[in-house]
Design a protein around this ligand. Structure first.
Ligand code: G3H
Length: 192
């Protein structure tokens, strides 16, 4: 069967203070996850050749750094572009752009940040990556929350409207194994 692995980047400095977007580095705890992830994945690598796909952002590259496998940074895997709200906390967004905040709340799937993206936009840019992944085996995707919601939602046949609310916890490896026309999910939580 085909096996694919997905994980968010380790906790970043922005995660710690609740800011969205940006290109922050990993926190100390995030670095611990990067080590734990590398140990776990390097131990698997004896069985089948692996390849790691990251975004172009520092936090996914840092998370993948210790994995002994070819790395492929893909722009299509970058996090949702929050446009004028990049770098803000949700509280600051609500204060500075109350109308935008309310609109996003009303339709999180279709809401597009000014000069940024919506979840639907992410689905569109992910399409070629998702088709390519369907033919791959042993790829480890190190990504971001919103993008992984879309990717996992695609493989697990989630409803479009559910995507923006899917839970993709930090510091957890999501293992998908093909099982006929479906995928079986395993969540492997790393103790960091
Ligand atoms: O900024 C990107 C976040 O990971 C997406 O979270 O869509 O729930 O605001 P959100």
């Amino acid at each position: 069967p085909q096996t694919l692995y997905f994980t968010r980047h380790g906790e970043s400095e922005y995660n710690v203070v609740g800011r969205i977007g940006g290109d922050a580095s990993l926190s100390a705890r995030g670095q611990l996850y990067a080590q734990a992830l590398a140990e776990h994945v390097n131990a698997l690598a004896g069985r089948a050749p692996l390849c790691v796909w990251t975004s172009e952002l520092q936090r996914t590259k840092q998370t993948a750094a210790g994995i002994r496998a070819p790395k492929r940074p893909l722009r299509a895997l970058n996090e949702l572009d929050a446009g004028i709200c990049e770098g803000l906390t949700y509280e600051e967004m609500q204060e500075r752009f109350p109308q935008e905040f309310a609109w996003r709340d009303q339709d999180k799937l279709r809401y597009r940040y000014p000069w940024g993206e919506s979840y639907i936009d992410i689905m569109t840019r992910l399409r070629p990556v998702l088709s390519a992944l369907e033919d791959e085996h042993g790829v480890v995707v190190v990504g971001h929350q919103a993008v992984l919601r879309c990717m996992l939602g695609y493989f697990l046949d989630a409803k479009l409207d559910e995507l923006p609310y899917m839970t993709v916890p930090l510091h957890t490896i999501v293992k998908l194994t093909s099982c006929g026309y479906k995928y079986r999910v395993e969540m492997i939580k790393m103790p960091v």
